[in-house]
Design a protein around this ligand. Structure first.
Ligand SMILES: Cc1ncc(C[n+]2csc(CCOP(=O)(O)OP(=O)(O)O)c2C)c(N)n1
Length: 943
């Protein structure tokens, strides 16, 4: 070979030869000569990966691995030359790999230039034994960056342009080769140089101009009013536009958006299209809704809105979810909404409805809900085809610096756990931001996975506009004061490159100011003419009426038996666990004899009958398929193949599906998700089950901020059901109490329903009632544990038949003394009733009546009055298992008093029987539990 100069002969074929040598070296180092031995030893573990690269980048046509051509022969004859050239190539490839993995560390991401980063030795060619003398030597790089070979100097220039410009890419943590290759191609092919037309550039500037001018206008007209302005992060707006445009080109028809306070007004007005006049009117202190619509309202930077935008001839629906102050709490809610909307649209590919979630940098790194929500992204019961996350990384959280806000280098690191690619971008380069936003939309559509944009920016003012940031960050804010706005920088760039004519940028701003002034005037007489609710999927539903609200919940017995038969039949050849087979047999007998329907069967009949009537039912929770207490067995498992079979999905032809989902071990994200689902789809019965009721306090934020208050704050109804196992059975502090008191304390303004049920039939009706009425309210049910299979809670099938309904109060069911002779009425709720009934029977007492309050809220004033009216001479006692400072006592006490005050009866106040006040809900000592329980029952029965 004439050209053995160390550059031209080194082809992929030679890499094959080297691979062979390397294999020999691994087997026996002495089988290769000394120079190769030293070479391979120096490379250590890097060689296999580097050799793979020598085959060519996965997105180019690979160079064929033809062994036996002249090059190999030549190489074999001139080992030293080959070794040197190969060493160059391999070291260059090591350098290239280092840039792919860590190039972002030296990218110019911070618009303020304050971040001290690098230099990183891994990105230094000298680390790979190159010297300055090597800079101009050509190296074979086998079609990387479209070049067969390049000098080291050129390679470094390309790498820095690709990986260390104003975009930093983190993708080498992704384990799926196709995803990595896709990203690599995107960045390496264009070397990070978006090329936009003058029209697009002007559009980007226009978007920035609107964003900036809007905030300035608000600042001038409402000086000193909090708005959590976008200033410093204006590039967020072109990013959203780019996602909208590129996403819609790729098939997205609806975006569900969640975001915190920062920049929200801008997004509401200038992206989703909330009328400016409405926003200005809210600034003047007016309500968002017409006067006749009740509700507490919310501050303007928490409100949601929705609207349609025309994009490329298509109508794209945008809906920004309302959210509370609690950062990141809205994330799972948005995901649940997306999932419901995908089903409504028949979007089985999850390509038409997508979520965009915006985050603050401190919140994204700090809030556990972020990790929980990310973890949902690839689960069969929760996936939504990927979320586009944008971290508005203004490098501060209120007054807290990143160094105090997180241990990870970037705020985005938590997303690496789900293998999401992370695109860091300098917010002062709006074209780079647009490019990244487009790429994120493409990645989401291509792989249906989460993707993160880390928008490096800054916050021009304090946390809100009245805060003084220089108290805590004087240096940063001195820099910011001198720093031109993103719009100014970009307008200058466009003017310098001849895209903008003189005065064009100012004219853009003036036009928008004129529009703002006009809308400001219009706001003075702005009156919202209709409330934004009960539309779309909610059309036809209404505000809850002020009546009995029983709903039509009874089901014809024959139909129930037919559904029941479906529950106990399995496909031919399905190998049931023998214990389950016996259980199914018992179930069959119970249904056929119409007697003794247990809790789980009643639940299955309620769900099955709803599905049979076309209602989709969705239930999730930890181990809900089987049931924590091994009671449900909604999913049967073939003992040989582990094939799964859900009988409820086979109860009636043409029925709606029952989705039963074992959830991840999260409460907050899963409850948030299910709540979100229920917001988007009132026609689905959505249930979440806690493993033990007390674990629901992990979802307290969702319960406080959404479930119990969403309707009054935002006019958003939900029919979500929370199933919370509750009851004192001696299992210790954390497996006894579902904290009834917490839910009751939240009750007001007819916001939720709280039930503590003692019969399977009542459970059946409570579930069906959720769907069989013309309004939706969240329902909290305290459910049994050990009682699940107890005879006491079983009901005859006829109690679910036509004409039967839910009972809010269950009056005395036994034959006891004449009503006038009853000396005490013990009111109670839930499991303690059975202990009381047993004690009464055992003692032969017949002058104590036992009355169960099955629905604690809305409190059944009328029904209870009717019941208590009968016992004119009796004293009234409230008995509960929970300590006096817990349970329903403080809630029912004054309400019972109110009932008694209006009645012609002797008693005017209830007395209390229950556990003494306690810091911990229950004892961990079984003996003590039994003593306490015996004592409280004895107190209720005492003479
Ligand atoms: C769960 C929660 N904790 C605390 C707060 C109070 N708070 C509001 S904004 C904020 C700082 C947020 O910083 P970051 O996420 O970086 O967003 P930025 O305000 O900088 O845009 C804090 C601590 C909150 N709203 N929610």
């Amino acid at each position: 070979m004439a050209d053995l100069d160390g550059t031209t002969f080194l082809t992929g074929a030679n890499a094959g030869f080297i691979a062979e040598l390397y294999t020999r070296f691994l087997e026996d180092p002495d089988s290769v000569d000394e120079s190769w031995r030293r070479f391979f030893s120096d490379l250590k573990d890097d060689l296999p990966a580097v050799l793979a690269e020598l085959r060519g980048p996965s997105w180019t046509k690979p160079v064929p691995w033809a062994i036996g051509n002249g090059a190999v022969a030549a190489a074999a004859t001139d080992t030293e030359t080959l070794r040197r050239a190969t060493a160059d190539s391999i070291r260059a490839l090591q350098l290239i790999r280092a840039y792919r993995v860590r190039g972002h560390l030296e990218a110019a991401l911070d618009p303020l230039g304050l971040e001290r980063r690098g230099p990183y030795p891994e990105l230094d060619y000298r680390t790979y034994s190159f010297t300055n003398a090597d800079l101009d030597r050509e190296i074979f790089i086998n079609n990387l960056f479209g070049r067969e070979r390049a000098t080291l100097r050129e390679i470094i220039a390309i790498l820095r342009e690709t990986y260390c410009g104003r975009i930093g890419v983190e993708y080498m943590h992704i384990q799926v080769p196709a995803e990595r290759a896709w990203i690599q191609e995107k960045f390496e092919k264009r070397q990070n140089h978006p090329a936009y037309s003058a029209v697009v550039k002007k559009e980007i500037l226009r978007t920035l101009t609107i964003a900036e001018t809007f905030e300035r206008f608000l600042d001038r007209r409402y000086t000193g009013t909090k708005r959590f302005g976008i200033e410093g992060a204006e590039s967020l707006m072109p990013a959203l536009e780019a996602i909208l445009y590129r996403g819609s080109e790729l098939g997205i028809r609806e975006f569900v958006i969640g975001m915190p306070h920062r920049g929200r007004l801008n997004v509401l007005a200038n992206f989703v299209g909330k009328p400016l006049a409405a926003i200005f009117s809210e600034f003047q202190g007016n309500s968002t809704n017409p006067e006749h619509v009740h509700g507490s309202g919310d501050v303007k930077y928490h409100l949601g809105t929705s609207g349609d935008r025309e994009v490329g001839g298509k109508t794209i629906h945008l809906s920004l979810a309302a959210n509370p102050s609690h950062l990141e709490a809205v994330d799972p809610v948005v995901l649940g909404k997306v999932r419901a909307k995908q089903l409504q649209r028949g979007d089985s590919e999850r390509a038409e409805v997508a979520s965009v979630l915006m985050h603050g940098d401190a919140a994204f790194a700090g809030q556990g809900l972020v990790a929980e929500s990310l973890e949902l992204s690839d689960l069969v019961g929760f996936c939504t085809g990927g979320t586009i996350h944008i971290i508005v990384n203004n490098q501060i959280g209120f007054t807290t610096a990143p160094s105090a806000a997180r241990s990870s280098p970037y705020p985005s690191d938590v997303a690496k756990g789900v293998q999401a690619p992370i695109f860091h971008v300098n917010g002062d380069d709006p074209e780079a931001v647009v490019e990244i936003a487009r790429t994120a939309a493409e990645f989401r559509q291509e792989f249906k996975k989460d993707v993160v944009i880390d928008l490096f920016c800054y916050r021009r003012h304090g946390h809100n506009e009245t805060d003084e940031p220089a108290f805590t960050q004087p240096l940063m804010y001195r820099t910011i004061a001198r720093h031109p706005t993103t719009r100014q920088l970009y307008a200058k760039r466009l003017a310098e490159t001849g895209v903008l004519a003189e005065g064009e940028a100012d004219a853009m701003a003036s036009r928008f100011i004129a529009e703002l002034e006009m809308q400001f005037e219009a706001a003075k007489s702005y009156r919202p003419n209709k409330a934004d609710w009960l539309e779309g999927a909610w059309a036809g539903l209404e505000q809850a009426p002020d009546d009995d609200r029983r709903g039509d919940t009874g089901v014809a017995s024959e139909k129930l038996r037919e559904i029941g038969r479906g529950l106990v039949i399995v496909p031919q050849g399905f190998r049931l666990n023998p214990k389950i087979a016996r259980q199914l047999d018992a179930k069959r007998r119970a249904i056929e004899s119409r007697e003794a329907i247990d809790w789980a069967t009643a639940e299955a009949l309620a769900i099955g009958s709803l599905c049979a009537d076309g209602t989709h039912v969705r239930m999730s929770g930890q181990d809900s398929g089987r049931g924590t207490f091994s009671q449900r067995h909604a999913v049967l498992v073939d003992q040989e193949t582990e094939a799964r079979y859900v009988p409820i999905n086979h109860v009636s032809s043409g029925q709606a599906p029952f989705e039963i989902i074992d959830s991840p071990l999260s409460e907050a994200a899963v409850v948030g998700f299910e709540y979100g689902y229920s917001l988007a789809d009132p026609s689905t019965l959505v249930l979440w089950e806690a493993q033990f009721g007390d674990f629901a306090n992990g979802a307290q934020v969702i319960i406080d901020q959404f479930v119990s208050s969403g309707e009054v704050k935002w006019l958003r109804m939900s029919g979500l059901v929370l199933l919370l196992p509750h009851g004192y059975e001696g299992q210790g502090p954390e497996h006894s109490s579902a904290r009834i008191e917490r839910y009751l304390q939240l009750c007001a303004e007819d916001n939720i329903q709280v039930c503590n049920l003692t019969s399977a039939a009542n459970y059946f009706h409570a579930l069906r009632r959720q769907i069989r009425r013309n309004f939706r309210k969240p329902l909290v049910i305290f459910t049994p544990k050990s009682l699940l299979r107890a005879r006491e809670v079983m009901s005859p099938l006829d109690e679910m038949g036509p004409g039967t309904t839910f009972h809010r109060v269950i009056a005395e069911t036994e034959t006891i003394a004449a009503e006038d002779e009853v000396r005490r009425v013990v009111l109670c709720s839930g499991k303690v009733y059975f202990d009381l009934a047993k004690a009464r029977t055992e003692s032969g007492e017949d002058r104590i009546a036992l009355v169960r309050i099955e629905q604690l809220y809305p409190f059944p004033f009328n029904t209870l009055s009717k019941v208590l009216q009968r016992y004119r001479n009796a004293e009234i006692m409230w008995c509960q298992e929970e300590p006096q400072n817990m349970g329903a006592w403080t809630f029912v006490d004054r309400r019972i008093e109110q009932v008694l005050e209006r009645l012609d009866v002797a008693a005017k106040r209830p007395r209390f029987a229950g556990r003494a006040e306690a810091a911990s809900p229950a004892t961990g000592l079984f003996k003590r539990h039994v003593e306490e329980q015996t004592r409280l029952v004895a107190e209720a029965m005492a003479a």
